[in-house]
Design a protein around this ligand. Sequence first.
Ligand SMILES: NC(=O)c1ccc[n+]([C@@H]2O[C@H](COP(=O)([O-])OP(=O)(O)OC[C@H]3O[C@@H](n4cnc5c(N)ncnc54)[C@H](OP(=O)(O)O)[C@@H]3O)[C@@H](O)[C@H]2O)c1
Length: 278
Amino acid sequence: MDSTIVAVVTGASSGLGEATARLLATEHGARVVLVARREERLQALAAELPGASYVATDLTDPRAADAVRSHLLEEHGGRVDLLVNNAGAAWRATFADGGFDNVQRTMAVNFDAVLRLTEALLPLLRASAPSAIVNVSSTAARVTRPGSAAYSASKAALAAWSDGLHLEEAPHGVHVGVVLPGFISTEGFPQSELTANAATRWLVSTPEKGARAILDAGLGRRAERYVPRPYALAAVLKIALPAAARLILGGGPAKAMTTRTGADAADEAAASAGAAAD
Ligand SMILES: NC(=O)c1ccc[n+]([C@@H]2O[C@H](COP(=O)([O-])OP(=O)(O)OC[C@H]3O[C@@H](n4cnc5c(N)ncnc54)[C@H](OP(=O)(O)O)[C@@H]3O)[C@@H](O)[C@H]2O)c1
């Protein structure tokens, strides 16, 4: 059998997903299936990476999972060695302001869409075993900040579900790893508030380091990888000293770490375009 890895990477049009696709293709010679909404980005990356192809789709569309599955059947005979569920987004809002609607849209992309795609590809992953799934969660799955509870809930659900899925699928040869990034500067999570300040710049990592952690959790079959690694201490603090964790996360320095996201910027741009049209 051909030993070239076939990998599906969601959210491959930017940030961690793009870096992971590049690493898989250049260091592992993998044939990567790139998935995201922005077709022109996927087309350009696929042209750069030998053996790469793409499916341009909105993963919150219930038909998206079938489109990816059909692509794998047509282009790779149904083989898939690695599924990286990386696509995700965050909208900052308190529950009082954003309400159920904000929680629902966050869960739709960060949790529901991952389950739909995994469900569609699981028979192929089992047939291709030994194979692996990497679910990109967040350190925010372990500690919650004000304005970020919907995001934390979606990423906590993803991490908890991943652990159960691993125990169910390991006997079938499908490993499930979890990656929990801290602050990484990307389009969706620019972290400009932190990088603008010399005192907090060191907190911010790179998409390439995130990609290495994703490969550790997938090809390296690690259970969990924080990136940067010291962010694991946030999870330890929350378990050992929950009241102290609340004090710290509700305090002034933590407020400075509630960063504006790309999804927030897109919402604001749409709102001002709407206002201008009125
Ligand atoms: N950067 C950080 O600090 C950080 C921290 C913790 C966790 N994470 C997680 O890491 C993952 C990658 O984020 P990133 O930092 O690399 O951000 P990013 O550069 O904004 O990448 C997000 C990717 O997801 C795709 N995407 C978003 N919504 C989608 C949808 N409905 N359907 C299909 N694709 C969709 C985007 O592509 P299109 O817009 O083209 O669809 C993009 O390729 C996310 O799950 C994020 O929650 C990031």
